[in-house]
Design a protein around this ligand. Structure first.
Ligand SMILES: O=C(O)c1cccc(O)c1O
Ligand SMILES: [Fe+2]
Length: 285
């Protein structure tokens, strides 16, 4: 079993690095950690970076999870290979680009590129966004799934992920006390379905709603409140159609033994208890 310690970063290809950087700083509220040749790194919390935009195909979208021991990479590689997932060891220069000591790369059963990294860099410099969006950190990803039951089985059997709740057959998966760090949503094609940052309060959600709306950023869902995690949320569209979510007040599952996964309807009311309707393909039947 592969123990995922945390979600570490996402890497997104873009045809317009300047435009993506403008969005990430001025709208999303991230902080530039480093500008390199052909890529820009962004900070959202104590880590050196949690998002990297690089010049390339916008279809190139990678999510990385941290592991606790270097030996876990070898164990994970052996297990994944035995299950028929080809694994690639990152080179030293690729690891340097990711600001990690060592990593492996593979694809989940849907074909989503996944990395596992050992010793991702933390930063001595405090995160402070260019705009005060109230971000407290990068928290979870939605992943596209072409077969929810198969992919739920992959994540829960091969890694330490556990189902916290389901919306229809879409599982919200936790790897620690946070209600979910990975969520799977139905989709014909692979990719990152959404990227979540936590913000401090419900006021931050509403302030961002006004701020982004005033600047013609496309709102796709909310403001609303998830019945599952109980978080207040807002979803909006970023560069090349990527959906970004802010949420505040995500549930923590302190006592796993007392928690039983719950079933919600794959309908707007399963996604929002305030009555908002998602304008997001993967959240609609
Ligand atoms: O926070 C949640 O519970 C949640 C539910 C549905 C979809 C999401 O993106 C979520 O973050
Ligand atoms: Fe989410």
């Amino acid at each position: 079993m592969i123990k995922l310690a945390d979600v570490s970063y996402v890497r997104l290809g873009t045809r317009d690095l300047e435009g993506a950087t403008h969005f990430a700083t001025e709208y999303l509220g991230l902080d530039v950690a480093e500008r390199a040749k052909g890529s820009v790194y962004f900070k959202s919390d104590a880590r050196e970076h949690t998002l990297c935009y690089f010049e390339g195909d916008p279809g190139d979208q990678v999510v990385c999870f941290e592991v606790e021991e270097q030996s876990h990479l070898d164990e994970a590689a052996a297990q994944l290979e035995s299950l028929g997932h080809p694994v690639r060891r990152g080179t030293a220069s690729e690891a340097a680009l990711r600001k990690v000591h060592d990593f492996i790369a593979f694809r989940d059963p849907t074909g989503n590129p996944i990395e596992l990294a050992w010793r991702p860099a933390y930063s001595g410099r405090r995160y402070h966004g260019a705009r005060d969006a109230g971000i407290t950190g990068f928290s979870h990803v939605g992943l596209c799934s072409s077969d929810l039951a198969r992919d739920e089985a992959f994540w829960t059997k091969v890694t330490n992920a556990q189902v916290s709740d389901r919306i229809g057959d879409a599982p919200l998966l936790r790897i620690d006390e946070v209600h979910h760090t990975i969520a799977l949503f139905p989709s014909a094609k692979p990719g990152i379905q959404h990227i979540n940052h936590q913000v401090e309060t419900g006021d931050d959600i509403m302030r961002s709603h006004q701020f982004l709306k005033d600047r013609q950023v496309r709102m796709v869902f909310g403001p609303g409140r998830h019945p599952t995690s109980s978080a207040k949320f807002l979803y909006f569209e970023g560069p090349e159609g990527m959906v970004f979510e802010y949420s505040s007040g995500v549930r923590e599952i302190a006592d796993e033994l007392l928690w039983r996964e719950r079933q919600f309807m794959f309908e707007p009311k399963g996604f929002c208890k305030w009555g908002a309707k998602p304008n997001i393909t993967e959240f609609n039947k």
